[in-house]
Design a protein around this ligand. Structure first.
Ligand code: NAD
Length: 493
């Protein structure tokens, strides 16, 4: 069986404890590999390596931005060369259909290329100022933050890492990266690529292991100057508390319970298909999933009927064979999702379709759940309030635009949301009122490297992707130059 080590200071190493952890294929329940299970002592070693890289050897930090950008381009090319293998690894490790894993790798390639070009582009500004002391130039210089800890979830095992690694490295930081223990394989491969292209030792370190020990040690470590995290809101809160110890910079991309608002005048077939992309893509294991459909009463019956027809037609199977949906990531996560389905039934929501584990044929031993639609839901139900992170969608009905906006915002989260209508004024009114960071009009889920990604309220702090995504990993220094040196006459005596 394959065994994967951690990558610290340019070396592949076992955990100090020599402990190993198994990883499963959720489509079959079979163990597919073992990996080194890290401890806080391994975090100490990785932080020391990153610290040496940033403050002593300085190879990466001091590299001019053109050359650093070239390095990122080499990484992108190497990912492209290994694209099939990376997509395969995410599919067997996490359960997403192969075509979705391939799209993730393509996004990752573009992300490295995007940040390569951004770091080569002049940034900052120069201002000619005069505050009474004579003419001065004031300009801003963007510098790396230093030693950054990056922690990611399992739902996009490769891509969530790339969204952090590409900008953090582009900016010249030295990083310690920890993927979720559920899915480490594509991250190990990415670090093999870093080694292959000759990234300086210590600039990027990979640690693996349980969040409660390894992640906690990363976010509380005095040698870490920034921590960025994608994952659940509860863990994000504990990271924020840990980060206070030495006032680490933080970036948090957290959970969601996003509304998808459908008006009577929407294109029915289009709205239904996008709603499905909103909730069944990646088995619904998507932070921005449109898990609360809020539909106007005139179109409600036709919409729910068509949604149920199409949900029932979804193909489920081994994700390597490209069905519409693969398994959930683990048995415990499947049980959590099935628990929410039972709760929805107990709470009185109407189960329109799905609602159970799927065990037919090749799926007998995997963690598959049928696409599930609940109708006649109310805002007090747990299935409407809590993030389920699976293929389960609730439907609520509204009459007026004001009611729709109130329902959409009736959540502690604020990650994403969408509106479907043929009236541009309605669309813009709803979007403007939505307390969420990522919104769509007449579509759901498309994401771009160029546009900022992040949430309001309990969905997070800061933005990934786009120019903001680079600036998250930069300090900004103000430099003021006196253009007329000499006495200024402030103290006359
Ligand atoms: P999780 O919070 O359980 O774990 C995320 C990562 O944090 C893992 O690497 C885990 O090992 C680590 N971790 C766990 N406990 C920790 C601790 N005490 N200290 C430090 N690190 C710790 O989340 P998950 O189950 O892996 O992923 C699902 C969640 O991620 C959902 O809530 C989803 O909405 C969210 N998510 C958000 C975004 C976004 O962009 N906002 C994107 C993807 C996923």
């Amino acid at each position: 069986m394959n065994y994967y080590k951690m990558y610290i200071d340019g070396q592949w190493v076992d955990s100090v404890s020599k402990d190993r952890q198994k990883t499963l294929n959720p489509a079959t329940g079979e163990v597919i590999a073992e990996f080194s299970n890290g401890t806080p002592e391994d975090v100490d070693l990785a932080v020391a390596a990153a610290w040496r890289s940033f403050y002593e050897t300085r190879d990466w930090r001091d590299m001019d931005s053109q050359s650093r950008g070239d390095f990122l381009l080499k990484i992108a090319d190497a990912i492209e060369a290994h694209k099939d293998e990376l997509a395969y690894l995410d599919t067997i490790d996490m359960g997403k259909p192969l075509r979705e894993a391939e799209a993730d790798i393509d996004d990752g390639i573009h992300c490295f290329r995007y940040y390569a070009s951004l770091i080569k582009t002049p940034h900052g500004g120069v201002y000619e100022v005069n505050e009474g002391f004579g003419k001065m130039h004031s300009y801003t210089l963007h510098e790396p933050v230093g030693v950054c800890a990056l922690i990611t979830p399992w739902n996009y095992p490769f891509l969530m890492g790339v969204w952090k690694l590409a900008p953090a490295l582009a900016a010249g930081n030295s990083v310690i990266y920890k993927p979720s223990s559920n899915c480490v394989l594509s991250s190990v491969k990415l670090f093999e690529i870093f080694e292959e292209v000759g990234l300086p030792a210590g600039a990027a370190n990979l640690v693996m292991g349980p969040g409660g020990a390894v992640g906690d040690a990363m976010s509380s470590h005095p040698g870490v100057e920034m921590v960025t995290f994608t994952g659940s809101t509860a863990v994000g809160q504990s990271i924020m508390r840990n980060a206070a110890s030495n006032v680490k910079k933080i970036g948090l991309e957290l959970g969601g319970k996003s509304p998808n608002v459908i008006f009577d005048d929407a294109d029915l077939e289009g709205a239904v298909e996008w709603a499905m992309i909103g909730i069944f893509l990646n088995q619904g294991e998507v932070c921005s999933a449109g898990s609360r459909i809020i539909v106007q009463e005139g179109i409600h019956d036709a919409f729910v009927k068509r949604l149920a027809e199409k949900a029932n037609a979804i193909t489920i199977g081994n994700p390597l064979n490209n069905p519409d949906m693969g398994p959930l990531v683990s048995e415990s996560h499947m049980n959590k999702v099935l628990g929410y389905i039972r709760k929805g039934i107990e709470e009185g929501a109407e189960l329109v379709c799905g609602g159970e584990r799927y065990t037919e044929g090749e799926c007998a031993k995997g963690y598959f759940v049928r696409p599930t639609v609940f109708d006649h839901c109310t805002s007090d139900m747990a299935i409407v309030r809590e993030e389920i992170f699976g293929p389960v969608v609730t439907v609520q009905t509204f009459r007026t635009k004001e009611e729709a906006i109130a329902m959409a915002n009736d959540t502690e989260y604020g990650l994403a949301g969408a509106v479907f209508t043929s009236d541009v004024t309605t669309a813009m009114t709803v979007i403007k009122e939505l307390r969420a960071g990522i919104t769509w009009i007449n579509c759901y889920n498309p994401t771009f490297n160029e546009a900022p990604w992040g949430g309001y309220k309990k969905s997070g702090i800061g933005r990934e992707l786009g120019v903001h995504g680079l600036e998250e990993y930069q300090e900004i220094k103000q430099i003021n130059i006196n253009l007329t040196p000499g006495p200024v006459g402030w103290y006359e005596h």
